[in-house]
Design a protein around this ligand. Structure first.
Ligand code: SF4
Length: 427
């Protein structure tokens, strides 16, 4: 009997990439592979790459180099956004045996078989808007207790700093019926929470069905207790969905809205589709219907042209809006994007200093928001239990921990929240 092949994965970038790797892992096990940690030698190593920033490109190359050193005789696969943007360069990287674009990732096992049979480098990078290839990329990835259901792919917003539309193509939505049946399959498999994910999820559109219709359909599924909407563009989050979420038992009171900057001057330079007044209005609408909603955001500091006054303006706006948490990113000039050649690039030291200020702000915002729930009974979905401590997630996206039993895992129970239930990495 042939020994099952050992396969390892290394993932860079966004939640969607993480979800796709998890799905490839599920497929690998179905194909008889044994998954081993990236740090161990393997017969096949898959680097699921990111190309959002130059730093991501460097990290992709470092991972390839590390993989080849660990498994000199193993098959090395470079997949995802890096080869989608740079197919030629990818094929030239020493030691890379298989190159798969964003639409071709799920050809992985066929490509491995062909490579093992022919011994010739396999390069499969389909045109990014090749619709025939999209269906295979609609997957559901499962971590311990929460399933990430990818329902949308691609984006056509072309923010000036972003390479994603070039790497992942135009917006495409998963077929509605297929989405609902996949959610039913996940609930039947025991997942209590589904996270609806995509690149521009608010753009979901299939045969007249919109994101709110997906949420409504998932609410009717027995056994599915929680529906969480992952990162969504503010201008695509409808007031109707907010009102519906307010009345829903299952849709979580948590919205991750990407702001990117609190300065209108910078928002225009980013080609974002709103200004701060629009953003304020959306947050007020959320707080009108769901007063204690968790509203998190992404912020880029050091965008070209962001002088001290504009940074101050942005910082004041962010503090005034009292977000629940921030994800802070330093601008990185991404080759191939308009922002990379804009004048008035901010020096690295300036970007670093501004990021540190916002990370401080983030710590205070998280503490302030979490303290609103101290002394209240919160239903927690327990995700993992180790050494007598269980870790879980509240509806308001608070990561908590408490002494508990392994049997708590994948159950929902009430916790009266106290300050010491909040691990330092909350949120
Ligand atoms: S909305 Fe903007 S930042 Fe987000 S993926 Fe699309 S182009 Fe990139």
């Amino acid at each position: 009997m042939t020994k099952p092949l050992h396969i390892s994965f290394y993932t860079l970038g966004c939640k969607l990439n993480q979800a796709e790797t998890a799905a490839l892992g599920n497929e690998a096990e179905k194909n008889g592979y044994t998954i081993v940690p990236f740090e161990e030698p393997a017969d096949v190593t898959v680097i699921n790459s990111c190309t959002l920033t130059n730093r991501a490109d460097r990290k992709t190359r470092q991972a390839l180099y590390q993989a080849k050193r660990l498994s000199p005789d193993g098959i090395l696969v470079l997949a995802g956004c890096f080869p989608q943007i740079n197919p030629g360069k990818s094929a030239e990287i020493e030691g890379v045996d298989i190159v798969l674009g964003t639409r071709d990732k799920f050809d992985l096992f066929a490509a491995i078989d062909d490579f093992r049979r022919e011994g010739l480098q396999e390069v499969r990078v389909s045109p990014v808007n090749n619709r025939d290839r999209i269906a295979s990329s609609f997957i559901a990835a499962t971590d311990r207790t929460r399933a990430f259901l990818k329902i949308q792919e691609g984006c056509s917003n072309f923010c000036t700093y972003c390479i994603v539309p070039y790497a992942r193509g135009n917006p495409v939505s998963r077929e509605f019926g297929n989405t609902v049946s996949e959610a039913k399959r996940l609930a039947a498999a025991g997942y209590k929470e589904i996270v609806l994910s995509g690149i521009d999820i608010g753009a979901y559109q299939d045969q007249g069905k919109r994101l709110i219709d997906v949420a409504r359909a998932l609410e009717t599924i027995d056994g599915l207790e929680r529906i969480r909407i992952s990162s969504i563009e503010m201008n695509t989050l409808s007031d109707e969905l907010i009102r519906h979420a307010a009345a829903s038992e299952k849709i979580m009171p948590h919205f991750h809205l990407s702001l990117q900057s609190g300065s209108d001057t910078i928002l225009k330079a980013m080609n974002r589709k709103y200004l701060t007044a629009d953003f304020t209005q959306k947050m007020e609408t959320i707080r009108k219907y769901i007063p204690d909603a968790s509203i998190g955001t992404d912020v880029i500091v050091g965008f070209p042209g962001e002088n001290d006054a504009l940074f101050r303006e942005a910082l004041d706006y962010i503090s005034d809006m009292e977000f629940s948490y921030l994800h802070v990113f330093r601008f990185s000039a991404r080759h191939g994007t308009p922002a990379a050649t804009l004048p008035k690039q901010v020096p690295e030291a300036g970007r670093k200093a501004r990021a540190a200020i916002l990370e401080d702000t983030d710590r205070n915002l998280r503490q302030t928001y979490a303290s609103r729930f101290f002394g209240t009974a919160q239903p927690v979905l327990w995700e993992r239990c180790e050494e007598g401590l269980c870790y879980g997630l509240t509806p308001h996206y608070l990561h908590v921990s408490a002494p508990g039993e392994p049997a708590w895992r994948n159950t929902i129970s009430t916790l009266v929240l106290q300050a010491d239930h909040l691990p330092s990495e909350n949120g």
